[in-house]
Design a protein around this ligand. Sequence first.
Ligand code: PNS
Length: 178
Amino acid sequence: MPALKPSPIPGTQSLMPTTDVVAYCPGSFDPITYGHLDIIERAAKLFGTVIVAVATDAQKDHLFSTDERVALCREVCAHLPNVIVQPFAGLLVEAAHASGATVIIKGLRQPIDLSHEGPMAAMNHSLRPEIETMFLLASPAYTYVSSSLIKWVCGMGGDISAHVPAVVGQRLREKLGA
Ligand code: PNS
């Protein structure tokens, strides 16, 4: 990594060029939706490398296995050359640090998301102040799209084609027998 340049503001350093920055985009991705993809695509325009980090969290009752969630993310992100997909376990900030990331990207759909994400960002900052959490607001078309709602609607035979890529819809219908 290039050295930080001195900043005109006393006692500070200027930002690294964003093209050198590795951003960590974590989530359950159970399954990945167009809402996730929107955030990933926008992050991929801002940062040199985006790591889509699929949580293996054993405490959560995922519909898809870790391998299935990683595989779906890889298929859906295949058109993005600076995006890589990998699973992660344990503390988010430690996984991000181990991958060389200095930014964590989270998407916010509704104001209420911040009440959940804010404390996590603050805790993560206390654990590793050198890693910055940045929030991207969901594009208007995706403010109500969540993996949970998609699974619910799909399981009841609803049309989810506007909310997930075709391959995800197909795997969901297979999984749910819908
Ligand atoms: O898509 P999700 O389920 O909202 O993703 C949540 C996730 C995986 C980002 C969150 O559960 C997480 O950060 N897990 C890693 C464990 C951790 O670091 N916990 C302390 C957070 S302050």
